[in-house]
Write a protein that binds this ligand. Structure first.
Ligand code: ATP
Ligand code: MG
Length: 450
């Protein structure tokens, strides 16, 4: 296939027939986050490379191997964002939001870019929904964002996700741990991959997150951070668990979770599925108490998570979860002749202004071809407008399911069609509810709606 008609490896199109799923998901996530007081933030797709080097961490896979970095024409080193936290943290500092009421709560839906090996659930351009809570140190905050992720999955009807939590302590308690880890991996140095060999000195914890099968195997018996955390970090973790228990959120403590980003401290967590193959982590997050200082800002304990919407959709598909399809076309007005085409343009405009999805012919097709098109787009009602209908001032509307017709005046067509459609839909709803709506005064309801 010619290169101009082929999307770049690791990228995906979302076609109009499918996009409703993403739209529904995005809106649902933002709405639920809104209930928790998170407000949407939009940051640029690209940032100074240094932001990610500092904010994600030099020893991470993301910075070492996965970034889309280039020089722009002004000679700046630019990187397409591989994640959303660094940009949100940068905006928080740049706009002095640390002077506002804390915590600041952000949420976002954004595309991220990572040069990874494309496979099921792993793309080079992918979308994340994420939240960041800046300026909140207490364990209640950790539990709150976990419960937010949990509520999103519950609302969508996703089942079987396991919440795994761990504490990776603070830089203080990590000193002893790093020493123990170094000792452990030093003994098996010859088997480690070249990247991990470099990590041994700089940040041995990164080895625990390595994807190479050999390193993974070696890491299995490595000392666990949870056995090395200090009293404060331990008390913090115990309290997070207590909140989760209180909220009936099930979890398991997985001492192996260290998360891929350098700036995490204390609580880390993942929601993991076994149903979508090797890339089973749908959501990952945790605390990053040191990040804002690392970027030159005031000490601001913070935390957040990000979920891959692509992986979430894969999981929902595997579980047969349907998302609501938006209304297609309520009415298609077919036209015969030039005069009718002008009239139909005005009628459909009126209908749309009233909230009805209305279409008419815009390519000059024959009546037969128009009706075929109306059928293809799934129009619920059709009407044919020609010189006769214009002269009589009457338009006959046909219900494409039942075949029943109804004559409505052209003069106030938009209003009367709206009322007619509502009446039919309410009647259908009544039928599906087993006549429960019998005896209800519809005109009163319709009056309210109008
Ligand atoms: P993984 O271990 O799968 O590489 P990660 O630790 O690199 O994940 P994070 O940086 O924590 O991932 O990103 C949060 C979420 O974003 C992941 O849990 C996943 O759902 C999603 N994600 C990360 N990388 C990709 C990718 N290349 N393609 C699709 N989704 C991704
Ligand atoms: Mg990764």
């Amino acid at each position: 296939m010619a290169i101009v008609t082929k999307a770049v490896k690791g990228t995906q199109d979302i076609l109009p027939s499918e996009v409703y799923k993403n739209q529904f998901l995005e809106q649902t996530m933002l709405d639920i986050a809104g209930k928790f007081g998170f407000r949407e933030i939009r940051t640029p797709v690209f940032e100074h490379t240094e932001l990610f080097q500092r904010g994600v961490g030099e020893t991470t896979d993301v910075v070492q191997k996965e970034m889309y970095t280039f020089d722009d024409k002004g000679g700046r080193s630019i990187t397409l964002r591989p994640e959303g936290t660094a940009g949100a943290a940068r905006a928080f500092l740049e706009h002095g939001l640390f002077n506002e009421a804390l915590p600041q709560k952000f949420c976002y839906v954004l595309n991220c870019y990572r040069y990874e090996k494309p496979q099921a659930g792993r793309w080079r351009e992918f979308q994340q929904f994420g939240v960041e809570m800046l300026g909140a140190a207490a364990p209640a905050a950790d539990a709150e964002i976990i419960s937010l992720a949990n509520e999103i999955f519950a609302f969508l009807g996703v089942e079987g996700l396991q919440l795994e939590i761990n504490s990776i302590g603070c830089p203080e308690c990590r000193k002893n741990y790093h020493k123990a880890l170094r000792e452990y991996f030093e003994a098996r140095k010859d088997e480690l991959c070249p990247t991990c060999l470099g990590r041994l000195e700089k940040n041995p914890m990164r080895i625990l997150d390595c994807k190479s099968p050999v390193c993974k195997e070696i890491a299995k018996d490595a000392p666990a951070i949870i056995d090395y955390i200090c009293e404060d970090c331990s008390a913090h973790f115990e309290s997070v668990k207590k909140y989760l228990d209180k909220m009936n959120i099930e979890y398991v403590v997985n001492p192996r979770i260290v998360r891929g980003l350098d700036y995490y401290t204390r609580t880390v967590f993942e929601f993991v599925s076994t149903e979508i193959g090797a890339q089973g982590t749908v959501c990952g997050g945790g605390r990053y108490d040191g990040l804002l200082e690392e970027l030159g800002g005031p000490h601001t304990p913070s935390l957040g998570f990000a979920m891959g919407t692509g992986r979430l959709l894969m999981l929902m598909q595997a579980q047969g979860i349907e998302l609501p399809k938006p209304n297609g076309c309520d009415i298609y007005i077919a036209t015969m002749g030039e005069q009718a085409s002008y009239e139909a343009a005005a009628l459909t405009a009126d209908l749309r202004a009233g909230g009805i999805s209305a279409q008419t012919d815009v390519v000059g097709r024959s009546l037969k071809a128009q009706m075929k098109y109306a059928d293809k787009i799934g129009a619920k009602y059709t009407a044919v407008l020609g010189d006769d209908e214009i002269a009589a001032g009457i338009l006959k509307v046909k219900n494409m399911d039942s075949g029943e017709t109804k004559e409505l005046a052209v003069s106030d067509f938009a209003d009367s069609f709206m009322e007619f459609m509502l009446r039919e839909e309410t009647a259908a709803l009544g039928e599906s509810l087993g006549g429960e709506l019998d005896g209800v005064d519809l005109s009163a309801i319709l009056g309210d709606i109008k």
